[in-house]
Design a protein around this ligand. Sequence first.
Ligand SMILES: Nc1nc2c(ncn2[C@@H]2O[C@H](COP(=O)(O)OP(=O)(O)OP(=O)(O)O)[C@@H](O)[C@H]2O)c(=O)[nH]1
Ligand SMILES: [Mg+2]
Length: 460
Amino acid sequence: MLDNNDTIAAISTPPGEGGISVIRISGANAFAVADHVFLGRTKLCEAPSHTAHFGKIVDEQGGLVDEVVVVTFRAPGSYTCEDVVEISCHGGYLVTQRVLERSLSAGARLAEPGEFTKRAFLNGRLDLSQAEAVADLIQSQSDAAYRSSVRQLSGELSRKIKGVRDELLNLASLLELELDFSEEDVEFANRKALQTRLEDAIMTVDELLASYSVGRVYREGVRVTIAGKPNAGKSSLLNAILGDNRAIVSEIPGTTRDTISERVSIKGVLFRLTDTAGLRETVDKIEREGVERAKKEAKEADILLLVMDLSEHDYNGTEPLYSELEDVCAREGVKLVRVWNKVDLYRTEAPRVPQNGYIFYVSALHGDGIDSLKNGLFNLVLGENLNESSVVVTNARHRDALSRARKSLGYALETLESGKSGEFVALDLRSGLNALGEITGEITTEDILNNIFSRFCIGK
Ligand SMILES: Nc1nc2c(ncn2[C@@H]2O[C@H](COP(=O)(O)OP(=O)(O)OP(=O)(O)O)[C@@H](O)[C@H]2O)c(=O)[nH]1
Ligand SMILES: [Mg+2]
């Protein structure tokens, strides 16, 4: 088991070369450890909090390791709420390593991944969902992911959860109070009013659960697979959406042999586009492999872009390959978008193909219709669900806890409606409360914590 009281140290900046690197030391002996290796005008243990000190890091023989600036933070006014010293040295791999080694030989222990943030949580500076937001913030790869983690870090989700918990706690206490007076057969709580309040709480939990589909999109992005027959213009479409000549395009069918994946941001949301080999039954072994891969890619997508060549007039929709893909989509819950390509070949208006679902007409070669396709993709995943002010659940652990809470609250409501004794209702309310408490960390286990903080990098 980890000792949460010793003094830890780690490099908090990424490895490699840069202007500076920061070594962070936290714990009761942070100042003593730093004083052991640092020579400056003042002793750090005598320095006030939040001050910067120029000086040297020296080795055992007093030789120069590096010239540095040290910043002091005294408990509880630091990231971890403990005494913290941050040493900014020159940003090179070796020099940073040496400064860290000196701190370790002076009595600090190398920090585990996320251990600084874990201490911030254990010492009450952040709740658990905020601590998780720190990792999300660091790892966010799109504007949407970044914005939602900043909001979670500021405690928006926590406040919402706390609101529901307070309400449920209230209800549970009322019901439990009745038990103390059970001899007298009193009802402190009006059953009808209780029911309404419980229903409100359930509605909030349901809203949070529903927001997860948006949350996942924020975090992981949207997976889009581009499929279609050889030469339909799939690679051209990928290039047009990216605004870049990423994939090789040629008039020879079967140009794309392997899948190509690229990322693009549409209105701040990350889309992962995968171009695949043209789908057709072939004898060529390599191409056959590509076809299989394309089908597999389609299965794993959120959206399938089925590209069809308008000039080939093969739009009666009875093609076995197309129906195969439609089946895959229907079975796996993948949204199917039909893209009719090469509209530029029609000098007058291109033929409109009567079909259900999402349909776009584009020219991948000239760019017509690409913007509206991009907008369409965005609206397809986020359009109706996007409300800037609503709290979004982005984390699978939170969703799991919310579903368990939802179940318990559902039972509580049923029990209440059936007119059973308040103690049974209170029991279900309590388990709902516990599940919600796991999100913010009021209820937690060492396992949950290890799981969460092992996702962090060392030094955070
Ligand atoms: N006129 C016209 N030609 C296009 C359009 N889009 C693609 N093409 C042409 O169609 C041919 C095939 O394009 P690709 O993008 O390589 O097609 P693909 O679907 O990736 O083909 P494979 O990789 O072989 O399966 C190329 O000659 C493109 O220039 C378009 O909108 N209009
Ligand atoms: Mg191609």
